[in-house]
Design a binder for this molecule. Structure first.
Ligand code: PLP
Length: 483
């Protein structure tokens, strides 16, 4: 580190970043390069001699930027947004600058204590039961991803179940989720040793707006119990990736209680919206949950990575994840008066991510964060209204948050396969234009185009521009079909 040069060079990087953001909407949103575009050109070995920052920034502009899919473009409507803000940017810079590795309290007391403070603030904002706070038996921790949080809670749930049923029961433990559940739940279950054949995917339907019903889960649980298996984990979703569906937390929670299942709520995308009082009803019943997670790096103006995980009973996590090692021994940990977050996650090392979350909360205040969420939801309702106003289209699932799932359906009687082909063509026509980027999902057998609104730069004019683009490409694909 050369602190003399630091400021001058950092200013050049900041200038580069500022220009990037000024021009971001001029780039094709979805990268248009071919596989190998960089690997075929860049040297195969590391350079022996140093290179100037100016040269490197030029290379980033010329070589790297074309290979970027611009998640920060206001015309990015794919997957889910990865929001960003000045406050989070500054927090990330400060985190990088301090570069502490806060695995336990003594390694940076402020990193641990600030994380406990912001996670309690957030728990209160989401109206989580008192038990999920540090003042209760639980608490919150920042993970890198929902997947990591899931591995932690699935491990804790598995160990609890094995304590009850015996070490040999691992092949009999069963996980329940729905066909709207993100695939990472299945991946995490596999990683903690649950056989793939013991992962139950409960079907959902359009009639329930793709929410799973407690009845359907109970039927599956009963069937497994009868055949000698041991149900142990149920995952509900608030704001599912394919459809934005929300599962009935209260009903599923009561069911989990009846059968002694660990109940997890995955609110990766929609969780951030639940700071708005009018949306908190989606979490009614959370008192029956053991854990809840949300990717604050999606919709909370906090850049990647920052995923919140709250547990009702921290001792469940600690029983599974705590390790003793002489190199970590210190008086603070032994006093049991401090939290050592390495016992709440997979890795020992961890970044000071609470800093950026704290900056976001401090700089904007809850009031502005609510305005941000509500304006994205309004934009989604605006697009929903535009789609509904065109007879050739249908909105497949009513908008709850900021995801619009729709399709082109020009004639009433048309097979799902030909509709799928038509909508794929339309989506590809939009995406390959470079002017916007959307992705898709298949709900039951219905192919839908997903428009996820909410990048930090998206405004009404961008949504209107997207709709114009969709209409323009619709004319084309419909004309092509007639030829
Ligand atoms: N769950 C839901 C509902 C999601 O939307 C996502 C990501 O889009 C995930 C889980 C996966 O999260 P991660 O990549 O942080 O593991």
């Amino acid at each position: 580190l050369n602190i003399q040069k630091f400021s001058d060079e950092a200013l050049k990087v900041i200038e580069f970043i500022t220009n990037y953001y000024k021009n971001v909407q001029k780039y094709p949103v979805r990268s248009q390069v071919e596989p190998g575009f960089l690997q075929n050109v860049y040297p195969k070995t590391a350079p022996l001699q140093p290179t100037s920052l100016e040269t490197i920034l030029q290379e980033i502009q010329n070589d790297i930027i074309p290979g970027i899919t611009h998640w920060q473009s206001p015309n990015f409507f794919a997957f889910f947004p990865a929001t960003i803000s000045n406050a989070a940017f500054h927090g990330e810079m400060l985190c990088t600058a301090l570069n502490v590795v806060g695995f336990n309290w003594i390694c940076s007391p402020a990193a641990t204590e600030l994380e406990m403070i912001v996670m309690d603030w957030l728990a209160k904002l989401f109206n989580l039961p008192q038990s999920f706070l540090f003042a209760g038996e639980g608490g919150g921790v920042i993970q890198g991803s929902t997947s990591e949080g899931l591995i932690c809670v699935l491990s804790a749930a598995r160990d609890k179940a094995l304590k009850q049923f015996g070490e040999d029961a691992i092949t009999k433990l069963v996980v329940y989720a729905s066909d709207q559940t993100h695939f990472v739940v299945q991946k995490a279950a596999k990683l903690v040793g649950i056989p793939s054949k013991n992962f139950r995917v409960i079907p959902t339907s359009l009639s329930n707006q793709f929410a799973v019903t407690p009845k359907a889960v109970e039927v599956a649980v009963e069937r497994d119990v009868e055949s000698g298996l041991m149900p142990f984990f149920l995952c509900a979703t608030v704001g599912a990736t394919p459809s934005g569906s929300t599962d009935p937390i209260e009903g599923l929670g009561l069911l989990a209680q009846k059968y002694g299942l660990w109940f997890h709520i995955d609110a990766a995308y929609a969780g951030s919206a639940l700071i708005c009082p009018e949306l908190r009803h989606y979490l009614i019943g959370t008192e029956h949950a053991n854990s809840i997670s949300m990717n604050l790096h999606k919709w909370f103006l906090t850049n990647l990575d920052c995923s919140g995980l709250w547990v009702k009973n921290r001792s469940d996590l600690l029983d599974t994840l705590s390790m003793t090692a002489e190199v970590m021994r210190n008086d603070a940990s032994e006093s049991k008066n401090v939290v050592d977050f390495m016992d709440w996650q997979i890795a020992s090392g961890r970044r000071f991510r609470a800093l950026k979350l704290w900056l976001v909360l401090r700089r904007y205040g809850v009031q502005n964060l609510m305005i941000h969420i509500r304006s994205d939801i309004e934009l989604a309702k605006h697009l929903e209204a535009l789609v509904k106003s065109d007879q050739r289209f249908e909105v497949v699932v009513p908008v709850k948050f900021s995801l619009v799932c729709f399709r082109l359906k020009p004639e009433k009687q048309q097979g799902e396969e030909s509709l799928k082909e038509l909508n794929w063509k339309l989506m590809e026509a939009v995406n390959s234009s470079g002017r916007a980027y959307m992705t898709h999902a298949v709900l039951g057998d219905i192919f839908v185009i997903r428009c996820a609104i909410g990048t930090s730069l998206t405004e009404e004019k961008h949504v209107n521009g997207l709709w114009e683009l969709i209409q323009e490409k619709t004319q084309l694909v419909l004309k092509e079909r007639l030829v």
